[in-house]
Design a protein around this ligand. Sequence first.
Ligand SMILES: [Ca+2]
Length: 399
Amino acid sequence: MKRSGDRLSGGRTTRAGALTRLAAVAVLWVASALPGCRPWGAFDNPVDPEAENYQGFPTVADPSEISPVAPADGAEFSFLPTFVSSAVENAAAYGLQISGDPQFQNIAFEIAEQESNTFDVSGADLSAGEWYWRCRSRAGTGEWGGWSAVWSFSIAERLVGLLDETYVTAGTFQMGSTTSSDEQPVHTVTLTRDFLIATYEVTQAQWREVMGTSPSSFSGDNRPVESVSWYEAVEFCNALSVLEGLEPAYSGSGDGVVVDLDATGYRLPTEAEWEYAARGGNASGGYTYSGSDTVGAVAWYLDNSGSQTHDVGTKAANELGIYDMSGNVWEWVWDWYDSGYYGASPGSDPAGPATGSYRVLRGGSWSSYATSCRVANRSYDTPSFRNYVIGFRPARTVR
Ligand SMILES: [Ca+2]
């Protein structure tokens, strides 16, 4: 680690922190991938054909020869996937309904008519429980065919969001500074994706909730988790995505980890996202530190920390309402480190070099000199490195 600003001789403390605001919620996670497709016409498992008012199989006549293809009957979701019906030759339009009862007396969500047989149901706001769906098609401007068989699916309980998050609107900013050689050249960066970033560093209570471990050197539920490697931070992000029914952003493992920046799941911010958020995004006041030109107003650092971490959110927030981006603990970000990267990085959505030996760290720590807490400052270490000055905060893409 480029510890130019760090003194790693701080004392330890075991002061107990307050309980966090974590909601005690049931976590029921179920497979979120689309179930396998059923063969066409697999009307072998309609929902409760004995139920009163259930009309049984639809009258199948072209172009009403249609059936749900995915999700198959009984599928469980913690978020709603795309629904797909069988494709019907000559069909000009398809329709879909979702109901809480298999007789479809109350329609909870409907796509009355569209050309595609792939239905985007992401706008359906369904509570946890059992649901039913069916579809139909129409040839040209003629009559609608009959409704398909009814298939069931269920929505799992979702974990109430574990992290407080701050919305960061996409935009353009000047990244870097003239202070240090690896912060040059100052260059224009455009981020094209809105994203959410954790308002606070991940706390020890949050880490324990997801990972079941207590790795930190300092102890306190509301203190930032530290002594976690980059690999472990990535693991946390994927694990939390699974718990909350989001698409995991990472695949692969070790140094072969690949990120999908378009996935909805948690991930480490890119270095550019981190700096943009630290600078206050579109609301930037142009400060040296995240939210102020006075380091002690926004950061726990060498001169005021008492050689220890502090509860997150106990200094002033930055322009966007994000805390501790300067100081408290260094934060792992996604990018590989390359001191010359800024001279060749793309102007849009830079995500770091393709390979490297070190991952970037940002923001300085309780053990850092003020200069390391600057929003433009860059540091790095090997991704397996653990230290009581290093933690992280996740981000995720909004779409
Ligand atoms: Ca920090």
